[in-house]
Ligand binder design. Structure first.
Ligand code: SAJ
Length: 422
C-alpha cells in the first residue's frame, strides 16, 4: 500500500513529532489541530511544545514543503488521531476516561474519508475505544463500509497503534521503538504496518485493536506498580532506619529483581493516568493496579508529613528561632529529571502545599524554568547556591544540576530522590 498524503490530527507532544517524522521521509503531511495558534506556529516552522531536537525536524519539514498545518481536516490516504484522553470532569468516579476529543476528531475527519483510507487511533485509550471510534465514523458516513460490519472487505481500515515514546527522547524512540499494530482486521493491520514502516526502524508487531489498547495501558501500569512498590519500600525503610536506595541497589543485583526508584510521587500525563483506564473497565478485578495508584498518589502527603516533622525538629534544635525565621528550599518542580514540564508534577504539588502552610520563607530551585507558576505566588525562584543556604532542604527532582550538592550536616534534609544519601 502506498500513502501519498498523511494527515495527523492533534499536533501535541505525540502528533507533532509523528507528523514531522513522516515529513522527514519526504511524504506530504497535513497536520490538523483545533488550536489556531499552534497551527500558525508550526506553519512558521516553529514549535509550541518543548522536546529536544523537534524544532530542527519541524523547521526543515515545513521549509521543504512536506509539512503543513491547518485547523480543518482535508482529504488524505491515512489519518492518525493523536488527541488527549483525559478524565471525565464531574463524573461520580472521577477517573473515568473521556473520549470526547476522539469523538470530535473522528467526526471531523469523517466527511473527507474516501474508499481505501486508513484511520489509526494513536491516543492512549481504554479497551474498546477503537471500535467506538469506528462506530462514530460509520454513523457519519453510511455510504462507506467499516471493519466492524464488513470485516476484511471494508472500504475504510481502522487500527489502534499506541505511541510509547518517552518525553525527552521522542525523536529517537519514535524511530527505534517496536510498534504494536492493532488492526480491527488483518487487512487493517497490514495497511498500518506499511504506514509505520515509512519511518519506524523497530519491529511492527501485529495484534488486534483491543489487545493493542490493553498493551499500552499495561506498560504504564507495570511501571506504576513497580514505582509504588519502591515508594512503599521507602516508607517502610524510613521507619526501620534503612537507606532505601542502598537496599534497592543491593536487591537489584539479584539477576531476576529490577525495582524502580522511589520519589515524591508519580507525575506526568501517562503513568499517573493510564492505570485508571484499566481500573474503570474492571473495577472489581483491578485491585493491585488501583492500589498502586493510591500508594503513589499518597506519597506527596507522606513527604509533607516529613516536612512537618523536620520543621518541628529544627525548632527544637534552634530554640532561639521562630517558625517565621525558618527558610525552606524546594529543589525541583518538574514531574521528572531534566525537563521543564510541570504538569501533574508531585514536586509542584508539594511546593504549593508547603508555600501555603509554612509561615516563613519558601524558595524554589528549578534550573529548567525562568518564571514560577502563579500557583507559587509568594515563593522566590532562586539559584542552587542560595537554595543551599536554607534551613530545611527538600530534594524533589533529581535534576543533573543537583547531583553533586552537599548540604551541611546542620541542615534538615528531606531527600525524596536519593540524591545525596546514596
Ligand atoms: N518515576 C519514579 N521512579 C522511577 C521512574 C519514574 O518515581 O523509577 C516517576 C517520575 O519521576 C515521573 C513519573 O514516574 O514523575 C513518570 O515518569 P516516567 O519516566 O516513568 O514516564 P513518562 O510519563 O515520562 O513516560 C511514560 C513511558 N512509559 C513507560 O516507560 C512504560 C513512555 O514510554 C510512554 O510513552 C509514556 O509514559 C506515555 O506517553 O504513555
Amino acid at each position: 500500500m502506498s500513502f501519498e498524503t498523511i494527515s495527523v490530527v492533534g499536533l501535541g507532544y505525540i502528533g507533532l513529532p509523528t507528523a514531522a517524522a513522516f515529513a522527514s521521509r519526504k511524504v506530504k503531511v497535513i497536520g490538523v489541530d483545533v488550536n489556531q495558534k499552534a497551527v500558525d506556529t508550526i506553519n512558521r516552522g516553529e514549535i509550541h511544545i518543548v522536546e529536544p531536537d523537534l524544532d530542527a525536524v519541524v523547521r526543515t519539514a515545513v521549509a521543504d514543503g512536506y509539512l503543513r498545518a491547518t485547523t480543518k481536516p482535508e482529504s488524505a490516504d491515512a489519518f492518525l488521531i493523536a488527541v488527549p484522553t483525559p478524565f471525565k470532569k464531574g463524573a461520580i468516579n472521577d477517573h473515568e476516561p473521556d473520549l470526547a476529543y476522539i469523538e470530535s476528531a473522528s467526526k471531523s475527519i469523517a466527511p473527507v474519508l474516501k474508499k481505501g483510507d486508513l484511520v489509526i487511533l494513536e491516543s492512549t485509550s481504554p479497551v474498546g475505544a477503537t471500535e467506538q471510534m469506528a462506530a462514530w465514523m460509520a454513523e457519519a458516513r453510511p455510504d462507506l463500509t467499516f471493519p466492524q460490519t464488513h470485516g476484511v472487505d471494508s472500504d475504510i481500515r481502522v487500527a489502534h497503534c499506541p505511541e510509547r515514546v518517552l518525553p525527552g527522547q521522542v525523536i529517537r524512540e519514535l524511530v527505534q521503538n517496536d510498534r504494536v499494530i492493532g488492526g480491527m482486521t488483518p487487512r487493517c493491520s497490514d495497511a498500518a504496518c506499511s504506514l509505520y514502516k515509512i519511518f519506524v526502524e523497530g519491529e511492527c508487531v501485529v495484534s488486534n485493536a483491543r489487545t493493542a489498547e490493553m498493551c499500552k495501558l499495561t506498560e504504564n501500569s507495570f511501571r506504576d506498580v513497580n514505582i509504588a512498590f519502591a515508594n512503599e519500600l521507602s516508607i517502610i525503610c524510613d521507619k526501620l532506619d534503612i537507606n532505601v536506595w542502598e537496599l534497592i541497589r543491593l536487591a537489584n543485583r539479584h539477576p531476576r529483581v529490577n525495582i524502580l526508584q522511589p520519589g515524591p510521587g508519580v507525575g506526568g500525563h501517562c503513568i499517573a493516568v493510564d492505570p485508571w483506564f484499566i481500573v474503570s473497565s474492571a473495577p472489581a478485578e483491578a485491585k493491585l493496579i488501583g492500589t498502586a495508584r493510591e500508594v503513589n498518589d499518597a506519597k506527596p502527603h507522606w513527604v509533607l508529613s516529613k516536612f512537618k516533622e523536620k520543621l518541628f525538629q529544627f525548632l527544637q534544635n534552634n530554640s532561639e528561632k521562630k517558625v517565621s525565621d525558618v527558610t525552606v528550599a524546594c529543589f525541583g518542580l518538574a514531574f521528572k529529571a531534566n525537563i521543564d514540564d510541570l504538569r501533574e508534577s508531585p514536586a509542584l504539588e508539594i511546593a504549593k502545599k508547603i508555600n501555603s502552610i509554612h509561615n516563613g520563607n519558601v524558595v524554589v530551585v528549578e534550573p529548567n524554568i525562568t518564571k514560577l507558576p502563579t500557583s507559587l505566588d509568594g515563593c522566590e525562584l532562586t539559584s542552587v547556591d542560595v537554595g543551599l543556604t536554607a534551613d530545611i532542604i527538600i530534594a524533589l527532582v533529581d535534576h543533573r544540576e543537583f547531583r553533586d550538592l552537599k548540604p551541611k550536616t546542620t541542615q534538615m534534609v528531606i531527600d525524596t530522590r536519593g540524591l545525596w544519601g546514596k
